[in-house]
Design a binder for this molecule. Structure first.
Ligand code: ADP
Ligand code: ZN
Length: 622
C-alpha cells in the first residue's frame, strides 16, 4: 500500500504538508532521520505513516518514545479511531493491563507502541524487544520531543541519554528523532547524543502563517487580557501564560469571575487537579487554561485560538514554542503578548541572581535582548522571529506592525536626557539608582528621596518635564533593548548603568525612534467575530444549524469513547460536512479528515444528523 493511500484512506487527508512526503518516503525505505518542524507542522504523520506502511510490509512494530505520559491515552485513542492498532505502556496502567499489552506486542498485534523513555530502557522491556528483533519484527524507533536529550534544550530529561542502547542493541533498525526546537546548539546535541550522525536531516520552515503576532505595552495587564479575550475570542479555547504560580491562580480566578471558563495549571497543584484541568481543557469547549510554562508540551489540541503571554518569557525559543500551540488546525489564531519595563527588570534580575556561571548568564542575557528587540520592533514581527531561526522572509501582512504600522516619534532628546541623568547621578553620588528615581529627576519631581539626596541640584533635573512617565518608561525599555542601557540587580535592587553604546546615543549620533504607545492610539482593530468557532464563520445559515448539530453529536461520541472531541473529528471536518449536506455515504467521500475507518464507523450517524438538520425550523430542506 502506497504512502499516499495510507494518507487518504487511514487519515482522510488529500495531500502531504510541507516536507512530509520526503520524510515519510525516506523513513519507510529504512533510513534514519532527524525531523525539525514547528509545533503544529504535522510531525506525527511522519512516523505514523511509515509505521503503518512497514507493518503492512511485514516488518513489525514501531516503538514511539515520548515523555508525555499524560497524553498517551489520547494519542493511542486517536489512532484507534482511525483504525490503526496502537497501545501504550506507562505507569498509569495496572500490571494486568501492562501484561496484556506486552502479550499483544509479542503476538505482533500492535502497529505503534508508545512508551516513556524510562520504560523503554528497562531490562524487561529490552528483552521483549530482543524477541521481536530476532524475528525481524522490530520495524522503527520514533523518538519524539528529541530535544529532551539535550541539556541546552528547555526540557532536559536524563533518561533520554540512555536511548543510545537502541542503536547499539538493534543495529539496522531505523530510528527517527523529531522535535520542534530549532536552535543549532540543541540540534547538534541531539545528533551527537542519539548517534544520528548518518541520519538525513529534514528542517522545515518555521513559519506559522495562520498565527497573528501582537505585542502590546503593559498598562493594566489583567484588564488588557480580559478585553482581548472578550473582543477577539469570546467562547474560544486559549492558553494564558504567566510567570508565577501565584499569578496563575489570580488571573484564573479573575477570568472565572467574569464568566470565562478559565482553569489554572502549574506544577504546585495536586497531580489529580492538574490532570483534571488538562482533561477539561482538552475535552471541553472553549476552556481557557491559565498556566505557567509547566503546561503545554505535547498538547495537540488543534483548535486553540489564542496564546496570550501576560509576562514576558525568557527568550524567543520559549516564546515561539508556546505561541506555536495556537492554531494547529491551520485556521486563524492569535499570539498576544503584553509586556512592560518591569518584565525586563524581572527577567534581568532572575539571570543576575541565578547561581549559574558568568558565561552562561551572558548567553541568557543575549537571548533576552533578542526578545526585547522583538518586543520593541516597529517592523514585521514575523521577519524578526524567523530571522532568529536563520530564516529569511518578507513582511508578513499578519502581525500588528504589518497590519497597523506603528506611529514613530523621535525620542532622541528624551533618551539623551535619561542617559545623562544616569551618568550624572553616578558621578555625583558614586552609586547607581533605579528607573523610578531617574525618571523623577528627569521630570523634575521633588520626591522625598530626591530631596533627601539633594538630587534636585543634578543638572538635568526637570529638563524632561514635558515627557510623561509613560513615555520615559518606553524610552528606557528601548534603550535597554538596543543595549544603550543596562539593568543590574543585587540584593533586590535594580540599578541602571551606562554601556559602551550609551555614548553614541548621548552624543546624538544614534537616533532613537520609538513606537507611539499603542494604548494612546485609538484601537482600530475591529475584528469582532461571531461567537461561533471561526471555521464555521463562513457557513450559511442552514449549514450553521447542521454544524451545531454535528458538534453536539460529536460531543456525545467523544464522551462515550472517553476522548477529546477533536480526536473524533476536527471542527474543520464537521464544517466541511455541514457545508456539503451529504445525502449518501458517497457524498461523504474525500472530505478532509474522514478516512475509511471513520466513514464506516460514523458515516451513517453523520447522515442521520444531517437529515435531521435538513428538517430544522429554517424550513429550507436541502
Ligand atoms: P506536531 O506534532 O508537528 O506539532 P501534529 O502532528 O499534531 O503536529 O499535526 C498538527 C495538525 O495537523 C494535526 O491536527 C494533524 O491532524 C494535522 N495534519 C498533519 N498533517 C496533515 C496533512 N497532510 N493534511 C491535513 N492535516 C494534517
Ligand atoms: Zn508582519
Amino acid at each position: 500500500m502506497s504512502i499516499e493511500s495510507i494518507l487518504s484512506e487511514v487519515f482522510g487527508y488529500q495531500a502531504f504538508r510541507g516536507p512530509q512526503r520526503d520524510i515519510i518516503e525516506h523513513v519507510t525505505a529504512g533510513g534514519d532521520a532527524l525531523v525539525l518542524m514547528p509545533t503544529g507542522g504535522g510531525k506525527s504523520l511522519c512516523y505514523q505513516i511509515p509505521a503503518i506502511a512497514r507493518q503492512r510490509a511485514g516488518l513489525g512494530i514501531t516503538v514511539v518514545i515520548s515523555p508525555l505520559i499524560a497524553l498517551m491515552h489520547d494519542q493511542v485513542g486517536a489512532l484507534h479511531e482511525a483504525g490503526v492498532s496502537a497501545a501504550f505502556l506507562n505507569s498509569t496502567l495496572s500490571s494486568e493491563e501492562a501484561y496484556q499489552t506486552e502479550q499483544r506486542l509479542l503476538r505482533g498485534e500492535i502497529t505503534l507502541l508508545y512508551a516513556a523513555p524510562e520504560r523503554v530502557t528497562t531490562q524487561r522491556f529490552l528483552q521483549q524487544l530482543d524477541a521481536l528483533f530476532e524475528r525481524g519484527q522490530l520495524s522503527l524507533f520514533a523518538i519524539d520531543e528529541a530535544h529532551c536529550v539535550s541539556q541546552w534544550g528547555h526540557d532536559f530529561r536524563p533518561e533520554y541519554r540512555a536511548l543510545t542502547v537502541l542503536h547499539e542493541r538493534y543495529a539496522g533498525v531505523p530510528r527517527m528523532a523529531l522535535t520542534a526546537t530549532a536552535d543549532a546548539l540543541t540540534r547538534a546535541d541531539i545528533v551527537e547524543r542519539l548517534q544520528l550522525e548518518a541520519a538525513a536531516q529534514f528542517v522545515s520552515s518555521f513559519d506559522r502563517p495562520n498565527i497573528r503576532y501582537t505585542i502590546v505595552e503593559k498598562k493594566d495587564a489583567s484588564t488588557q487580557l480580559l478585553r482581548f479575550i472578550e473582543h477577539e475570542h469570546p467562547g474560544e479555547a486559549g492558553v494564558v501564560y504567566c510567570q508565577s504560580r501565584k499569578r496563575v491562580e489570580e488571573i484564573a480566578a479573575m477570568l472565572a469571575q467574569t464568566g470565562i471558563h478559565a482553569l489554572p495549571y502549574h506544577a504546585g497543584l495536586d497531580t489529580r487537579v492538574r490532570q483534571a484541568n488538562q482533561d477539561e481543557f482538552l475535552r471541553g469547549e472553549g476552556v481557557v487554561m491559565v498556566a505557567t510554562i509547566a503546561f503545554g508540551m505535547g498538547i495537540d489540541k488543534p483548535d486553540v485560538r489564542f496564546v496570550a503571554h501576560l509576562d514576558m518569557p525568557k527568550n524567543i525559543e520559549g516564546y515561539y514554542q508556546e505561541t506555536g500551540r495556537a492554531g494547529r488546525d491551520g485556521m486563524a489564531a492569535d499570539a498576544w503578548m503584553c509586556y512592560g519595563l518591569q518584565d525586563v527588570v524581572n527577567q534581568r534580575r532572575m539571570i543576575d541572581e541565578s547561581p549559574a556561571e558568568e558565561e552562561f548568564k551572558q548567553v541568557m542575557r543575549g537571548k533576552l535582548d533578542a526578545l526585547l528587540g522583538l518586543a520593541e520592533a516597529t517592523d514585521c514581527r514575523r521577519v524578526r522571529l524567523l530571522r532568529y531561526f536563520d530564516e529569511a522572509s518578507q513582511p508578513c501582512g499578519n502581525c500588528d506592525n504589518c497590519l497597523q504600522p506603528p506611529e514613530v516619534w523621535d525620542a532622541t532628546d528624551a533618551a539623551r536626557k535619561l542617559l545623562s541623568t544616569v551618568y550624572r547621578l553616578h558621578q555625583t553620588s558614586g552609586v547607581s539608582f533605579g528607573a523610578g528615581h531617574t525618571m523623577d529627576i528627569v521630570r523634575g519631581k521633588l520626591t522625598e528621596k530626591v530631596a533627601q539626596r539633594g538630587h534636585e541640584s543634578v543638572s538635568t533635573f526637570g529638563l524632561g518635564a514635558d515627557y510623561s512617565e509613560h513615555q520615559l518608561r518606553a524610552v528606557m525599555r528601548q534603550l535597554i533593548a538596543i543595549g544603550a542601557l543596562q539593568v543590574f540587580t543585587s540584593e533586590g535592587f535594580s540599578t541602571l548603568h551606562l554601556t559602551a553604546s550609551s555614548r553614541s546615543v548621548l552624543r546624538g549620533e544614534v537616533p532613537v525612534r520609538l513606537r507611539e504607545s499603542s494604548t494612546q492610539r485609538a484601537v482600530k482593530r475591529s475584528r469582532a467575530r461571531p461567537a461561533t468557532a471561526p471555521v464555521a464563520a463562513n457557513l450559511g445559515q442552514d449549514a450553521q444549524v447542521r454544524f451545531i448539530n454535528l458538534k453536539s453529536w460529536r460531543a456525545s461520541v467523544a464522551k462515550a469513547h472517553n476522548l477529546p472531541a477533536y480526536v473524533i473529528f476536527h471542527d474543520a471536518t464537521l464544517a466541511a460536512i455541514a457545508e456539503r449536506a451529504p445525502q449518501s455515504l458517497a457524498d461523504l467521500q474525500h472530505i478532509s479528515g474522514l478516512g475509511t475507518r471513520k466513514l464506516e464507523a460514523y458515516g451513517a450517524a453523520v447522515l442521520a444528523v444531517i437529515t435531521g438538520a435538513a428538517h430544522a425550523p429554517s424550513g429550507q430542506a436541502a
